[in-house]
Design a protein around this ligand. Structure first.
Ligand code: CMP
Length: 140
């Protein structure tokens, strides 16, 4: 398998608790390289657009409120099988179901405040990376 890229967000619950470095340590220990990274605060319109696929879900409004409640760290991660690898390192969406040692098991507060987002496919990774980064921002 060739090198692949995926998109990652360290969410406001984690930045609030100053956990960026600890989350990054798990990503790097898991074999992923952080090839782009920026800390920003999403506007409501930006969060609605990023999570547009969930707009009809009952948790959408609350999710947008949460994702705009504080800074996030948007990242591009690179490595072998990066999409699947990152999902393993993050663990299940609901921290109650996440495996030991995963980001969500170790750090998440709830299914919503679950510390990390990761792309679910290579196709969505490309879309999500382009939402936040230009090619010139990504240094492999
Ligand atoms: P994420 O991987 O960023 O994708 C959608 C987010 O919605 C998810 O992580 C959670 O933070 C949030 N969310 C809140 N409630 C739910 C739910 N019941 N099922 C899935 N995702 C949820």
């Amino acid at each position: 398998m060739a090198l692949e890229r995926t998109f990652s967000i360290i969410k406001p619950d984690a930045t609030r608790r100053n956990l960026t470095g600890k989350v990054n340590a798990l990503l790097e220990a898991g074999g992923l390289r952080i090839v782009a990274q920026k800390r920003l605060r999403l506007s409501t319109a930006q969060a609605e657009a990023f999570y547009g696929v969930h707009k009809d879900r009952p948790f959408f409004r609350s999710l947008v409120d949460f994702m705009t409640s504080g800074p996030i760290v948007a990242q591009v991660l690179e490595g072998e099988n990066a999409v699947a690898r990152n999902r393993e390192i993050m663990g299940a969406t609901n921290p109650a179901n996440a495996a030991e040692g995963t980001i969500r098991k170790v750090f998440a507060e709830s299914i919503e405040a679950n510390s990390a987002h990761g792309s679910d496919s290579a196709e969505n990774a490309a879309i999500e990376i382009a939402f936040f980064f230009s090619g010139i921002d990504i240094v492999g």
